[in-house]
Design a protein around this ligand. Structure first.
Ligand code: IMP
Ligand code: MG
Length: 178
């Protein structure tokens, strides 16, 4: 299906299921090479990253842990600009190399909050993997380490990303029709 409806809005297919899978494969290879030998903890940011986190983590071929944090800064199709911390981290991060897994980095507010928190906790290193990055919207200083796809500043759904709760189970990524 190339054109779909979620709630009241229409979306067109933008990044296919196959493209997503092959890009995640490439990212996992880079991470396996770059971070070999580290005490690794992946932290998926819920809800949006759960599918990306699962597919990426499945391809990590060394000892690694995974945990999840729940944060939220979005309402409808707009970032509210502040981040609500919904579930904290109860895992010890001290001495670990943490790989933050995001579905999408938009303004970067969410990421900034996470990185600030982690820097206070004596981690060995921080890396960030995001499936999508909107360079035109991103205002952060942190250079995101692993980016699946750079996309224009349009609202997208699918592969974990939602529009007001729906669309997460779409297998491809769709962009809002103009
Ligand atoms: P930021 O804090 O502005 O970078 O926003 C990051 C969070 O907002 C992401 O983790 C997503 O959950 C959500 N988000 C940003 N852009 C989109 C989008 O285009 N579609 C769906 N959710 C989005
Ligand atoms: Mg998110």
């Amino acid at each position: 299906m190339d054109k779909i409806k979620v709630h009241d809005k229409f979306f067109n297919v933008f990044i296919s299921e196959e493209m997503i899978a092959s890009r995640i494969d490439e990212l996992s290879k880079q991470i396996n090479d770059d971070l070999a030998g580290k005490d690794l903890l992946f932290i998926g940011i819920l809800n949006g990253s759960f599918l990306f986190a699962a597919d990426l983590f499945r391809k990590i071929d060394m000892d690694a842990r995974i945990s999840f944090l729940k944060l939220s800064s979005y309402e409808g199709t707009e970032s509210t600009g502040f981040v609500r911390r919904l579930i904290g981290l109860n895992e010890s991060v001290k001495g670990k190399t943490v790989v933050v897994i995001e579905d999408i980095v938009d303004t970067g507010k969410t990421l900034e909050g996470i990185i600030t928190d982690l820097r206070d906790k004596e981690v060995e290193g921080i890396r960030v993997a995001t499936l999508l990055l909107k360079p035109e919207a991103y205002k952060g200083d942190y250079k995101v380490d692993y980016v699946g796809f750079e996309i224009p500043n349009n609202f997208v759904v699918g592969f974990g990303l939602d529009y007001n709760g729906l669309g997460r189970n779409l297998r491809s990524i769709y962009t809002l029709s103009k």
